[in-house]
Write a protein of this length. Sequence first.
Length: 108
Amino acid sequence: MNPAAPARRALLALPIVALALVLAGCSGSSTTDCGLDGCTIAFPRSGEAAVSVLGIEAKLVGVQNDVADIEVAGQRVRVPVGAETRAAGFTVGVERLTSSEVVVRVRP
C-alpha cells in the first residue's frame, strides 16, 4: 500500500466535508434542515428567534393573522402562509404555522 494514499484520501474528502458543514451547519436555537437547494427552518412561535443559514441571518420577528414577519440578512419582509417573497437576494416562504412553530424555507 502506498503510504501517501491515506493523506490523498483525506485531501479529497476535505471539500466534501467543507460543503456539508456549510450546507448542514445551520445554527441557532431553532430546528434547521439544509440541503443543496436551501434551508427549512422551524422557528418557535413564541418570541424572537434567529438562525444563521446559507451565510446570512434569518430571524422570525413575529406572527400576526397568519402572516410571518421575517428578517433575512437585515431585510424585513411579511410573508403569509403558503406564499413566497424575495429578501436580500433570497427566496423566503412560509410553509406552515402551528400553535408552537413557524416553518420557513430560505433558498438562494
